[in-house]
Design a protein around this ligand. Structure first.
Ligand code: HEM
Length: 266
């Protein structure tokens, strides 16, 4: 993919993240929400993200993940219109992240339940997991699969041995370096494509929660379909991302607009 296409994909994602964690068909969120109050808001966001992306491609992955985490915890592709108008919550608890976010050790039934708790179908769960086609992971998130898997003193048998060997080089056993990271889709870590599904078909899903999709015939079939049909996956992904942005929306006078995004207004 050319760098300009990559950028457009990234900007689309960014707009979703920044503006969409926001609305619902039933809420007051709408496309063009800032048109009158701040005409250039979307342009400014786009431009700032473009600049950030030029400096660091990882920004795209960070924002997509932020969208997932923000929308999942406190439900307080190609270009597509994103409704805006969501306000910030007054509560932000680290403890809620650990109880609401699925850990990478879950199996397919547990993942299905976790997403169902937020109103998502199993297919939407498989679709959204495709976000792992970009970005990086810390070794600590999957090192249990490399050594002494389930007390066997060996690696996870569902992991491709050659891939496991490479991961062991990148994540040496016993290393205490918390900064060690690997790309989640090594062949194209900054491109939003169906590489995630292709990896899984080759037993190269990085997390247990990725590879487990092959353990259920229905989700395995969806992995197959997505791998073979990038356009279809993109459409489903865009729809599911918008749906995620509709979780627990605050609009009108609810919540607040933070002066500093990191903290609630005092
Ligand atoms: C299906 C359940 C999911 C699990 C168990 C899961 C787990 C994880 C884990 C463990 C990491 C690596 C964290 C680290 O070690 O640094 C990660 C990264 C990431 N996840 Fe997920 N995730 C899930 C679903 C999603 C969804 C639905 C999205 C977005 C739609 C998403 C987007 C991302 C992205 C973009 C990254 C890379 C972040 C970066 O490079 O900065 N994940 N995920």
């Amino acid at each position: 993919m050319s760098s300009s296409k990559k950028l457009i994909t990234c900007l689309s994602i960014i707009l979703v993240v920044v503006l969409s964690c926001t609305q619902s068909v039933h809420s007051q969120l709408q496309v063009g929400f800032y048109m009158n109050s701040c005409t250039f808001a979307e342009f400014i966001v786009k431009d700032e993200v473009r600049k950030a992306f030029i400096q660091d491609e990882g920004v795209a992955a960070g924002l997509v993940r932020l969208h997932f985490h923000d929308c999942f915890v406190r439900t307080g592709g190609e270009g597509y219109y994103v409704p805006a108008g969501r306000r910030d919550g007054r509560t932000s608890l680290a403890s809620e992240a650990s109880t609401n976010l699925p850990p990478p050790t879950l199996d397919v039934d547990q993942l299905t339940q976790s997403f169902a708790n937020k109103g998502f179908t199993q297919e939407e769960m498989v679709t959204l997991s495709g976000a792992h086609t970009i970005g990086r992971s810390h070794c600590t998130s999957f090192s249990n699969r490399l050594n002494n898997f389930n007390g066997t003193r060996s690696q996870d048998p569902s992991l491709d041995p050659m891939y496991a060997a490479r991961l062991k080089e990148q994540c040496p056993q016993g290393s205490t370096d918390p900064n060690l990271v690997v790309p989640m889709n090594p062949s194209s870590p900054a491109v939003t494509d169906v590489g995630y599904y292709i990896d899984i078909l080759a037993n190269r899903g990085l997390f247990t929660s990725d590879q487990t999709l092959m353990r259920n015939p229905i989700t395995a079939n969806q992995v197959n379909q997505n791998a073979r049909n990038p356009m279809l996956w993109r459409l489903k992904f865009a729809a599911a991302m918008l749906k995620m942005g509709q979780l627990g929306v605050l609009t009108g006078n609810a919540g607040e607009i933070r002066t500093n995004c990191r903290v609630i207004n005092s």
